[in-house]
Ligand binder design. Sequence first.
Ligand code: SAH
Ligand code: SF4
Length: 385
Amino acid sequence: MFPLGVTLDLSRGPASPLAPRKPNLSGLTRVELAAALVAAEVVPAAKAKMRAGQLWRWIHHYGVTDFAAMTDVAKETRAALAGAFAIDRPEVVERQVSKDGTRKWLIRTAPGIEIETVYIPDVGRAGALCVSSQVGCTLNCTFCHTGTQALVRNLTAAEIVAQVQVARDDLGEWPSPKEDRRLSNVVFMGMGEPLYNLDHVAAAIDIIADGEGIAISRRRITVSTSGVVPELQALGEKTQAMLAISLHATNDALREKLVPLNKKYPLAELMAGIRAFPGLSNARRVTFEYVMLKGVNDSPAEAKALVQLLKGIPAKINLIPFNPWPGTEYTCSDWGTIEAFAAILNRGGYASPIRTPRGRDILAACGQLKSESEKVRASARRKLA
Ligand code: SAH
Ligand code: SF4
């Protein structure tokens, strides 16, 4: 939905790529947090669980970025913690707000690594945050601007959680509110293929969903995949998150052109994998994303084929008007065509909202962000530094 720009900007020069960085506690699960405290000899093993619980609330419920704020932790312990670990945020390099309320942050998580994250109000229960899971993408979906970029690296759990924390900082949502939230949903629809970074994505979801912290329930977290079939089961079991599938075509010949991963995992396998997805029910439907490309996949016959293909699957279909980018061979379907397509799906029994493009004026809408991410060897980075 929102392939986000991730920039590896060498012109600005990495500050010091070799400087040792203290591990940031924000990216550790509860179990990892307790273990890290013991390993660093900050806390004896017998007290680790209690202390980890205390820190957890400060970090994830109150959103503090300084150990000094942890008033119920002894001064010496706070100093020891600060000596061994970090809990500060990555730098927000740029912040933009659209006329329609969409916000976009450019976040630098490490020297030279920059990620864009987008908050869209009035999506989901109150507002959705679109997060990235990788810097770049190994896949080359032909309608996706960012698909033309090589993978730089997977994001860590801390870097994924940081995107939520930065949004919460800016929205003023600390301590974590129980009601009336502006950030109610998280969608892994930014840059990258989350199922190629499942361990970090699952750890980040454990952290984001924890009831004594950020507390965004797993039912309000959606992971979007282009169809990495062998990981679907693990995604369901590890995360209990909601599933979104970037479908875009109803036959293999066309889907291979749009989503080349289809050559590896053709539609029959993909649909079987989806039918077997853990926890699928009418209350937990799969979202199918379908980008509307003029004259390519938008005919009434294709709408009917889509209804046939999804038969028996508890599903809703998101029709996404294509956002053109420089050099693309595609154009967006006409509005009338999109509405006619949606009407056929509705008659077939599927809710099929048309996703209004958001944040176009700040280039935050689907496929609008131009990313300059580039894979550079560590040795070359050091040389430049
Ligand atoms: N890699 C994952 C998650 C990224 S979200 C995935 O592909 O599902 C990717 C979504 O962005 C896709 O579903 C696609 O519908 C959408 N998308 C990519 N480029 C787009 C564009 N130019 N216009 C509209 N939607 C686009
Ligand atoms: Fe874009 Fe495809 Fe990668 Fe998703 S999987 S980010 S659509 S190239």
